[in-house]
Design a protein around this ligand. Structure first.
Ligand code: SF4
Ligand code: SF4
Length: 503
C-alpha cells in the first residue's frame, strides 16, 4: 500500500560545506543518508528522519540542518498535525500506535502556575555560599514517637527505627530497565548515583551482574512479570520497589519486543532470548490491599527487614485513597508517577489521555496522609515530569520527600526527546540493546554529565531554600505556605492546597 504519510522533517545538507566524510552515514541509525557511488554524493531520505540531532551534532563541518517540513499538513487548530498523522498511520497499519517518552500535550503544567516565596526584611534569607544548607534526605518509615531512656551514660534511643535510605540530595534516578535502556546507560546512572550518594532504580528488567557492585545505591523493582527477581537480586539492593503502575501507561502492562531481548537481556530478565517480554497489566497475586500487604511483608521477610519497601503507583483519580491503603499495608514509601512520566514504549492514546497531573496527585496524597495521621509512616517520592530544580523545590513544598528524574537524566546523557525509543535504534546509545549502537554511550562520560546535572540542581535548590530563609530541605517539606498560585481556578487551588498570589 502506498503510504500517504508526508515527511515530518526535511534534512538539508549544505553542499558547499560537506566534505563527504560520511560521518552522517555512520551516525544515523535510521538509514537517512547513503553514499551514492555513481554521483559521488550523498543520497538523503528525509521521510525516515526522526529529528534526533545526532547527525547535526556529529557533522564535523556543521553542514546539516533538520527542519520541520513546511508543506507537511496545513495548520488546523482542531485537526492538529499529530492527529492527522495518527489517523493516516492507523489507516495504513491497523494497529495501536506506539510512542516513546512522556505525554507531550498541552495539558496544564501546574509547576508553572506555582510560585515560590522569598524572605524580605523579617526571617532574613540565608546565603548558601556562606552558611550550610542541608539537602540530606532520609527515605523510609518514621516512628509515631521516639522513646528515650537514660542509661546513666546519657540518653539512649529505645524506639526501633525502620530501615532508612540516606541521600545527599532529594533527587533519585527513576526506574529505567535494562532492555528499555542500554546497559551502558544504566551503568552511567549507577556510577553517578554512587558518586553523588543518591540512588538509581534498575526498573523491572532485573539487575545485570555487572551492576551488582552498585547494589548499595540501587532500588530494584518487583513488577507484575517478576522479571529477574530472585533472592540475590533482592539482597543486592538498597531498597525494593513494588511497581503497580507507571505514569506513562496507567492500567496496562509493558511490552519489550523480542528483538530487544538479546542474550544478556534474556539472562538478566530470566526469559528466553528473542522472546517478547510481556508484563501483565495487574500483579496476578494482588487484588486487594491485603494481598499487597502480603507481598510487602514477604519481601521484608526475605530480606531480614533491613530494606525499605516502596510501592509505586501511577497518578490516577483516586491516588489519595490508594496511597492511604499502601501506607497501611506497610510500605515504607509511596511512589507517585505522574502522567508526564516517560517510558520506552506506550500506546500513544494511553500515554496522552490516561492518568492525572502529578502536582494534583501529590497534593491530594500528602493531604490525605496528614489528615489520617499516617504521613510519618511512609515517605512520598514523586516522578513523571520533573524538569528542573524549581520543579523539585515545588514538589517538596507540596509534600514530597524526594523526586525521581528520568527524562531529565536521559537528556543529560544526550537524549534529544525524539520519542522513538520503541524502535530500539536510539542513535545516542540510550534506548537500545543493539551492542554496536549502545557502544556510542560511554558510561564514564555520561555519568559525568549526570553528576554535573545533580550538582547544578542541588546548588539551585540550596539557593532557593536560602532565599526562603531555610537552612534545610526538611523545613520546606509539605510547607505550602511557601507556594502561591497564579492563573488557577478555586477548585485547582483547593486541591493543591495553596493560596492565590497576593493573598
Ligand atoms: S534521524 Fe537523526 S541522525 Fe538521522 S537524519 Fe534525522 S536527525 Fe540526522
Ligand atoms: S532515548 Fe533515544 S530514542 Fe528515546 S527519545 Fe531519547 S534520543 Fe530518542
Amino acid at each position: 500500500m502506498k503510504s500517504y504519510l508526508l515527511s515530518e522533517y526535511l534534512v538539508q545538507v549544505d553542499g558547499d560545506r560537506c566534505t563527504l566524510c560520511l560521518a552522517c552515514v555512520v551516525q544515523c541509525t535510521y538509514g537517512v543518508f547513503s553514499h551514492n557511488r555513481e554521483s559521488r554524493g550523498l543520497s538523503v531520505r528525509s521521510e525516515k528522519c526522526v529529528n534526533c540531532h545526532r547527525c547535526v551534532i556529529f557533522c564535523p563541518v556543521q553542514a546539516i540542518a533538520v527542519v520541520k517540513n513546511p508543506t507537511a499538513y496545513r495548520e488546523n487548530f482542531y485537526w492538529a498535525e499529530k492527529t492527522i498523522r495518527a489517523t493516516v498511520s492507523q489507516a495504513e497499519k491497523g494497529g495501536i500506535l506506539l510512542a516513546g517518552m512522556g505525554c507531550d500535550t498541552s495539558m496544564p503544567v501546574y509547576w508553572d502556575k506555582l510560585l515560590l516565596n522569598a524572605s524580605q526584611v523579617t526571617n532574613p534569607s540565608i546565603d548558601p555560599l556562606r552558611e550550610p544548607v542541608e539537602l540530606r534526605t532520609y527515605l523510609g518509615s518514621k516512628p509515631d514517637r521516639l522513646e528515650v531512656c537514660d542509661s546513666g551514660d546519657g540518653p539512649v534511643l529505645e524506639t526501633a527505627i525502620a530501615p532508612q535510605l540516606t541521600l545527599e540530595t532529594p533527587i533519585l534516578f527513576a526506574a529505567m530497565s535494562y532492555g528499555a535502556i542500554s546497559l551502558e546507560a544504566q551503568e552511567a546512572l549507577a556510577q553517578a548515583a554512587l558518586e553523588f550518594r543518591t540512588l538509581f532504580n534498575a526498573g523491572e528488567g532485573g539487575l545485570h551482574k555487572r551492576l551488582y557492585p552498585y547494589g548499595g545505591r540501587c532500588i530494584v523493582q518487583v513488577a507484575s512479570a517478576r522479571f529477574g527477581v530472585h533472592i540475590d537480586y533482592l539482597n543486592a539492593a538498597a531498597g525494593i520497589e513494588v511497581k503497580i503502575g507507571q505514569g506513562a501507561k496507567p492500567g496496562i502492562g509493558g511490552h519489550l519486543p523480542g528483538e530487544k531481548v538479546t542474550r544478556e537481556v534474556s539472562e538478566t530478565r530470566m526469559i528466553p532470548e528473542g522472546t517478547d517480554a510481556l508484563s501483565p497489566a495487574p500483579h496476578h497475586d494482588i487484588y486487594s490491599i491485603e494481598d499487597l500487604r502480603q507481598l510487602i511483608y514477604a519481601l521484608k521477610e526475605a530480606t531480614d527487614y533491613v530494606k525499605p519497601v516502596f510501592v509505586k503507583i501511577a497518578a490516577v483519580h483516586n491516588s489519595a485513597a490508594i496511597a492511604s491503603g499502601i501506607v497501611r499495608a506497610g510500605a515504607d514509601a509511596v511512589v507517585i508517577d505522574g502522567m508526564r512520566g516517560a517510558t520506552g514504549a506506550a500506546p500513544l492514546v494511553v500515554r496522552d489521555n490516561v492518568g492525572i497531573p502529578l502536582e494534583l496527585a501529590l497534593a491530594a496524597v500528602d493531604q490525605r496522609l496528614r489528615d489520617e495521621g499516617i504521613r510519618n509512616r511512609a515517605s512520598i517520592i514523586v516522578g513523571g515530569g520533573i524538569r528542573n530544580s524549581a520543579d523539585v523545590v515545588k514538589a517538596i513544598a507540596l509534600g514530597a520527600d524526594a523526586v525521581y528524574i528520568g527524562t531529565a537524566a536521559l537528556v543529560a546523557m544526550g537524549c534529544s526527546l525524539c520519542q522513538k525509543c520503541y524502535t530500539g535504534k536510539c542513535p545516542w546509545g540510550i534506548a537500545t540493546t543493539d551492542l554496536e549502537i549502545s557502544k556510542r554511550l560511554s558510561p564514564d562520560t555520561a555519568s559525568r554529565r549526570l553528576i554535573n546535572l545533580l550538582q547544578a540542581w542541588s546548588l539551585e535548590i540550596k539557593m532557593m531554600l536560602g532565599g526562603m530563609g531555610m537552612n534545610s530541605v526538611e523545613s520546606l517539606r509539605g510547607n505550602r505556605l511557601h507556594l502561591r498560585g497564579v492563573g488557577l481556578t478555586e477548585g485547582e487551588l483547593k486541591v493543591l492546597g495553596v493560596k492565590m498570589a497576593g493573598e
